[in-house]
Write a protein that binds this ligand. Structure first.
Ligand SMILES: O=C([O-])[C@@H](O)[C@@H](O)[C@H](O)[C@@H](O)C(=O)[O-]
Ligand SMILES: [Mg+2]
Length: 433
């Protein structure tokens, strides 16, 4: 997409002069989930906001077509705005969405699993991150300092295990091998723990009948004694099945994530089990918190600045979970380094981060940032201490991934559609078992 025309704001201090939204595609392996399988290309949008005094702020978000159109509509109107005025930014985003056909109530959907009622938070988020990057660069401090300061120097992440095929049909294999049973998952876990040093593991479930997924988790517990484990079937089970699984995995998992869909279903399970329940599906906006807390629906909330309206609102979520005695973890989707940097700063500045964060990062082989920061050691990423997010774009890599976007022809994430192109009988496993 083309850059908005630079605006000269002569003499008014730092103003936004140019905004560029670049859609990119990067290779993604065939990772299985409740709604299908990851297509060969994952989409992201990289946002660059430049000020008239030559500061550059970066943001990253989902790259589906509808999201890109909204980002560009905001970008087109941002010239001349003050990057320090985030209320003004939020009002602008709300106004842009209100102009859309369907109005501001229009929601957004990402991959068939994450549906939000209002696109306000998802569209606002990358602009907020880029403005915070600019503010922090101007102040000469890391973004974590703008969120209250880093309370930890390293952010712990959890190794993310997936059932998967050895390769996309008709394409060369990527070397990770197939993982459709306990032994293959243990081998995958070995590789990911040896390579990145993760101190906890999450299995993406909702792919096979729950007994088989329980057996896989038990095999992981045997292979990695004492390792905190999680299982997340993205709502594939009924409340009755969820209770059965929770009883079987009591003492084996640190939490069960979204065993069943919806606040009511999760509350029904929560009332009957001791295993903590976590969610990134039924509590994904501020307005979900009061009913969820009132019904003791979940014990752990997964934040995600892409969905919760940026870093400041996600930090606020951390405070709310602390106030209500809830645990806090962090959700992830397929992402690149700009998102990882934002996640690391947020996690660093969140005192109530009670669990290691999720990340899909090890599954990608390409990036848009210059290497050398955000490396994993012992399953942790050191919090950048340089001004801003601490990451820089590599123009060549950005260009390469943009070319891939143009060539690949994928314009939205559609795990179910891709799965059906391979298995026409496939139906999503939501509430199936
Ligand atoms: O990447 C996937 O297949 C995941 O299932 C992802 O889309 C989820 O949003 C996420 O990881 C989760 O924790 O639910
Ligand atoms: Mg989840």
């Amino acid at each position: 997409m083309t850059a908005a025309d630079p605006v000269t704001a002569g003499g008014r201090g730092s103003r936004i002069a140019a905004v560029e939204v670049t859609p990119v595609a990067f290779a993604d392996p065939p990772l299985l989930n409740v709604v299908g399988v990851h297509p060969p290309w994952a989409l992201r949008a990289i946002l660059q906001i430049r000020t008239d005094d030559w500061l550059l702020g970066l943001g990253e978000t989902y790259g589906d077509e509808a999201q890109l159109a909204r980002l560009q509509a905001v970008a087109d109107r941002l010239g001349g705005h003050d990057p320090f005025d985030l209320h003004d930014l939020r009002a602008l985003v709300a106004d842009v969405l209100a102009q859309e056909r369907g109005g501001a109530a229009a929601g957004a959907s990402f991959g068939g699993m994450l549906d939000v009622d209002s696109a306000l938070e998802t569209v606002y988020s990358p602009f907020e991150v880029a403005c915070l990057d600019i503010q922090a660069r101007r102040a000469g401090v890391p973004v974590s300092a703008l969120l209250g300061g880093a309370v930890r120097d390293e952010v712990p992440f959890s190794g993310y295990l997936f059932y998967r095929w050895a390769g996309h049909p008709g394409e060369p294999e990527d070397g990770w091998g197939e993982a459709l049973g306990p032994d293959q998952l243990v081998a995958q876990a070995r590789r990911i723990v040896d390579g990145w040093g993760f101190g906890s593991l999450k299995l993406k479930g909702g792919v096979l009948p729950p007994e088989q997924e329980c057996a896989a988790v038990e095999a992981l517990a045997d292979a990695f004694p004492g390792m905190p484990l999680r299982l997340d079937p993205n709502g594939a089970w009924t409340p009755t099945t969820s209770v059965r699984v929770a009883e079987r995995l009591a003492g084996v998992v640190e939490y069960l994530e979204d065993p069943t869909p919806g606040i009511a279903g999760m509350a029904e399970v929560s009332a009957q089990v001791d295993v903590p329940l976590a969610t990134n599906m039924c509590v994904i906006a501020m307005e979900h918190l009061p009913p969820a807390i009132a019904a003791d629906t979940v014990q752990v909330v997964l934040s995600d600045h892409h969905l919760w309206g940026g870093l400041r609102r996600s930090a606020l979520l951390g405070g709310i979970t602390q106030t209500w005695g809830l645990g806090l973890s962090m959700h992830s989707n397929s992402h690149l380094g700009v998102s990882l940097a934002a996640m690391v700063h947020l996690a660093a500045a969140t005192p109530n981060l009670t669990y290691a964060c999720d990340t899909h990062y090890p599954w990608k082989t390409q990036d848009v940032i210059r290497p050398g920061v955000l490396d994993f050691a012992g399953g942790e990423v050191a919090v950048p201490t340089t001004p801003g997010l601490g990451v820089e774009l590599d123009g060549d890599l950005l260009g390469e991934l943009h070319e891939q976007y143009l060539r690949c022809g994928v314009r939205r994430r559609e795990d179910t559609v891709y799965m059906r192109s391979i298995d026409p009988t496939f139906t999503p496993n939501t509430s199936r078992w």
